[in-house]
Design a protein around this ligand. Structure first.
Ligand code: TRP
Length: 329
């Protein structure tokens, strides 16, 4: 069976765009692949979070992914820093990663621009750590967004380089897992762009109903359609796209017809949208709160995850050490 792996940055909360995008696809992957999902807390250190924030962020994503249905029995769900084999292999791979190629990656150049006062070595070698994450489980497929494709390309490069250098066939070349049409893109509430792209355009799973109402009622609209069956402008189409995933078909049709007949009242439309979003997120929100308050359960999940991840990682690391030439006296 093919191995799929994905890293999750512990920053921020899941919004409904994440849910209908990545998370739903992860749920399918855990059914059909040998799957690894981990919280990339080592990676998050490049921006120097406070100890309190670091832990809180890891806990948030863990509780939220669990609430959405990732199952620790099906997938291997772990925290990166619970696997000491990762830093060791990272050290070893760093010996074959060249400063020049690392400096040329677009993610590094972006970071230099965004945080010129904190251009640390961890940022430079970020692709090596990411390659380690992937190669240590010899993963074949990695679901990544466009922004991570170059990092995946680097992982392939390091895999080939190692195989070639020691004349072995240890690492498969990891490919991007393409969800194609199945990847639903949920727009934000501010009239343009994807949900989560800008501040305040997202509805989070953890948002309280009152907050959701407020956000939806403030969503960008226009002065209404003037011609029957006219094409919807982007801001309006976006709200309909969200309605489509959270409402039933009849509700969607009702408002679509109202729009097409130039009879829509955005106030009513938004009230319905808010109500249906709340209906959708409420059970998830309750689940998140329940899981977050159950430390015993979280402890069990990460312990099992670390055990499974270390079993796979230590096998690869033992091979790597052997090929490099480390030998016991
Ligand atoms: N770099 C990824 C991101 O920013 C997170 C990540 C870390 C990752 N290690 C990974 C993703 C390994 C896929 C595979 O989103």
């Amino acid at each position: 069976m093919e191995t799929v792996l994905s890293g999750i940055r512990p920053t921020g909360h899941l919004h409904i765009g994440n849910y209908f995008g990545a998370v739903k696809n992860f749920l399918k992957l855990q059914e059909n692949f040998n799957s690894y999902f981990f919280i990339a807390d080592f990676h998050s250190l490049t921006t120097h979070p406070t100890p309190k924030d670091l832990h809180a962020n890891v806990k948030n994503v863990l509780a939220e992914y669990l609430a959405c249905g990732l199952e620790p029995e099906k997938a291997t769900l772990y925290i990166q820093s619970d696997v000491p084999e990762i830093p060791e292999m990272y050290l070893l791979l760093n010996m074959n990663a060249y400063i020049g190629e690392l400096e040329r990656t677009t993610t590094f150049k972006d970071k230099i621009r965004k945080q010129p006062d904190n251009v640390n070595a961890g940022l430079l070698t970020y692709p090596v750590l990411m390659a380690t994450d992937i190669l240590i489980h010899r993963a074949n497929k990695v679901p990544v967004g466009k922004d991570q494709e170059q990092n995946l390309e680097m992982a392939r490069k390091f895999a080939k380089r190692f195989n070639h250098m020691y004349n072995v066939d240890l690492f498969p070349e990891p490919e991007a897992f393409n969800f194609g049409k199945q990847l639903v893109k949920i727009p934000g509430l501010d009239g343009s762009g994807k949900m989560g792209k800008s501040e305040g355009n997202a509805v989070y799973l953890i948002d309280e109903p009152k907050i959701i109402e407020k956000k939806v009622m403030k969503a960008v609209t226009d002065s209404g359609p003037t011609k029957k069956n006219q094409e919807k402008p982007e801001a309006i189409q976006n709200l309909f796209t969200i309605l489509k995933v959270v409402s039933d078909e009849d509700t969607y049709k009702f408002f679509d017809e109202k729009y097409n007949n130039c009879e829509i009242r955005y106030g009513d439309f938004k009230k319905q949208l808010a109500k249906d979003i709340i209906n959708f997120t409420s059970p998830l929100r309750e689940k998140i709160l329940e899981i977050s308050s159950n430390n015993d359960y979280l402890h069990k999940v990460v312990t099992l995850g670390a055990e499974k991840a270390r079993e796979s990682a230590s096998k690869t690391l033992a091979e790597v050490r052997k090929h490099i030439g480390f030998k016991r006296f």
